[in-house]
Ligand binder design. Structure first.
Ligand SMILES: C[S@@+](CC[C@H](N)C(=O)[O-])C[C@H]1O[C@@H](n2cnc3c(N)ncnc32)[C@H](O)[C@@H]1O
Length: 267
């Protein structure tokens, strides 16, 4: 996608009120949605800092361990509470996209390949996931990814300067289904405000989820952020760079819906 990611993506800005209608062809059942305009359901106090993950036990395979050993030194960046020097970390200057929570890295690797002109800074706390993405980087000879195995909230707070990002990807973040756990969701006003401030004018925030109440929350929270504007009237068509992953295909076969939400930073 090259240096002109912001111009080339050419997101339209839609100013009318967002529609909360489900994605076309969705058979997802509408579960209880949060109150319109509010990030937190009644009775749930949201904390100042989000703990959006649990450290899951998981086996790192031999192949992943080898990828850590061979490729970790080049592709895994150390976390430091100091601004990131992105050109030094990537060895070039290019538009910078932050991804939060890449899981096993299937979509991440695909997107990095179809957008060779962009730099992807990818955060994940789950060690086998980091190993899996490193393995894909090796197998697919990908050069434009750097990994931070660290809480993305701290990365945003301490490593990313205002107006330093061209885009943010948050795909299928943990839905934290139970109401009492909703406070652990990533998409809440304070974090969205921080992300918006770190986007350049014209930079985009792309979220996707298969959990309809969370999709509605995303639309409401992003819609309430003054620095952001929706690129669609409600949910967005799936941008062509985001692949359908195995997990998503399985869900679609079972009749579940998927919602994409794409906002841009105003000038
Ligand atoms: C449901 S998975 C989705 C993974 C992937 N995006 C996909 O579409 O398959 C969410 C991932 O986000 C990671 N995650 C959640 N909160 C995070 C945070 N604050 N920083 C880094 N990773 C996080 C979790 O470890 C988990 O692997």
């Amino acid at each position: 996608m090259g240096h002109s990611v912001v111009q080339k993506l050419q997101w339209p800005i839609v100013t009318e009120l967002p529609s909360l209608s489900p994605a076309p062809d969705s058979a997802a059942t509408a579960a209880q949605a949060p109150q319109a305009g509010s990030a937190a359901p009644a009775g749930v106090a949201y904390p100042k800092t989000i703990k959006s993950f649990v450290r899951r036990a998981g086996r790192t395979t031999t192949g992943q361990a080898k990828a850590f050993e061979d490729l970790g030194p080049r592709f895994v960046l150390p976390y430091a509470a100091a601004p990131l020097d992105a050109p030094a970390a990537f060895g070039r200057t290019a538009p910078l996209i932050l991804e939060i929570g890449f899981g096993m890295g299937e979509a991440t690797a695909h997107i990095a390949r179809v957008r060779p002109g962009d730099n992807f800074l990818c955060c994940e706390v789950h060690e086998p996931g980091v190993g899996a993405l490193l393995k894909r980087i090796g197998e697919q000879e990908i050069g434009n990814i750097r990994i931070l195995q660290h809480d993305a909230v701290e990365v945003i707070d301490h490593m990313l300067a205002p107006a330093s990002l061209d885009g943010v990807h948050i795909f299928f973040p943990d839905p934290w289904h139970k109401t009492k756990h909703n406070k652990r969701r990533l998409i809440q006003s304070p974090l969205v405000a921080k992300l918006a401030a770190r986007l350049k004018p014209g930079g985009y925030l792309h979220c996707a989820t298969d959990w309809e109440p969370y999709a509605q929350q995303m639309l409401e929270v992003l819609g309430a952020e003054p620095l952001l504007a929706n690129t669609a009237s409600g949910f967005a068509p799936q941008p062509d760079y985001r692949p359908l992953t195995k997990f998503e295909n399985r869900g679609l076969r079972l009749g579940h819906g998927v919602w994409d939400i794409v906002f841009v930073r105003r000038n």
